[in-house]
Design a protein around this ligand. Structure first.
Ligand code: NAG
Ligand code: NAG
Ligand code: NAG
Length: 288
């Protein structure tokens, strides 16, 4: 099979021909992209090795259009996620194609739903993004982390309903062990603050937030002392799936030993900030 065309969308199509599901995720998908941002594509797979090898071969064969196909990207303390990094020559866009068993696609859908709920959310995320881009090494502070920090703050402000509320009255839909079903319910917030009040509130909220001791649980919009998650008998019932998961012999618990601990909206064992290096976390906290 030969890669033709000039856009990443074509690549996505080719991967569909590989008989896998491929989704754009992250900033481009949610239209939150700043100029020249990377393109994130994710292939939903259960066994990533064979599919990623076929994709790598395809990309290498088409090196006139895509250069530097490098492997990499693994998540510490968990099953590694294979990522192919490459640059699309015509547009100069850097692309990351990951072969993931994570819940990134569902997270993107959730964010898209939130963005539609309230017109203040998109500019708020963009403003926070501009701020974070000024920190050294900010590329390790992935867009997903930043979006969920904003969403968690908006949950406190009753501007968005937490995912657990969106899952009421729904039959379960488990993906990789986590219930990812949610209802896009209409939701009208009673909050009337302006965008700039919210931006100020964001910084105020996190400047006094105790990141060192706490876990931010986006799933229900609550904060827990890290020790609560260290002991299976103290984990709240809202995380019963996580408790069941921990009983499995091959489970990988939420990484509670990082500077920042932000639980993914769906993947309850996933600290989305587990790849933020300590110096960047310190820089982030000192600028709040
Ligand atoms: C779930 O059902 C209850 C009772 O019928 C209702 O009050 C509630 O609004 C429903 N929640 C959602 C998210 O649809
Ligand atoms: C907005 O609604 C939430 C519950 O949905 C309530 O707890 C909060 O006090 C309300 N805020 C205002 C300003 O009315
Ligand atoms: C876990 O919590 C239970 C109930 O609070 C307590 O009895 C038990 O000693 C704790 N286990 C550990 C290892 O701290």
């Amino acid at each position: 099979m030969k890669l033709k065309g000039t856009s990443v969308a074509v690549l996505a199509l080719v991967l569909v021909c590989l008989d896998v599901e491929v989704f754009p995720i992250g900033s481009l998908f949610t239209r939150l992209a700043l100029k020249n941002c990377d393109v994130d594509l994710v292939v939903n797979v259960n066994d990533d090795s064979e599919v990623s090898e076929r994709a790598r071969v395809l990309l290498l064969r088409s090196r006139a259009r895509y250069r530097r196909v490098a492997r990499g990207g693994s998540r510490a303390g968990a099953r590694p996620t294979l990522v192919l990094h490459f640059t699309h020559i015509a547009s100069g866009r850097k692309c990351d194609l990951s072969f993931s068993s994570q819940t990134s696609v569902e997270n993107s859908l959730l964010l898209t739903y939130y963005l539609k709920l309230d017109e203040r959310i998109k500019p708020l995320i963009s403003l926070v993004k501009v701020w974070i881009n000024h920190l050294d090494n900010s590329k390790h502070f992935r867009s997903h982390i930043l979006c969920l920090l904003v969403i968690f703050y908006l949950e406190q402000k009753h501007i968005v309903p937490p995912p657990i509320v969106l899952q009421e009255n729904l039959s379960d839909n488990y993906r990789n062990g986590w219930d990812t079903n949610f209802n896009m319910i209409p939701f009208k917030s009673n909050n009337t603050e302006s965008l700039y009040q919210l931006l100020g509130g964001f910084f105020k909220y996190y400047s006094i937030f105790n990141f060192r001791d706490n876990v931010l649980a986006v799933r229900n919009g609550k904060t827990y002392h890290r020790s609560v998650f260290r002991n299976i008998s103290t984990i709240p019932e809202e995380f019963s799936d996580y408790k069941d998961y921990l009983k499995r012999p091959d489970s990988t618990p939420l990484n509670l030993d990082k500077d920042l601990c932000i639980q993914d909206a769906f993947g309850q064992n996933y600290n989305i900030a587990d790849t933020v290096p300590s110096d960047l976390a310190a820089d982030f906290l000192s600028h709040l």
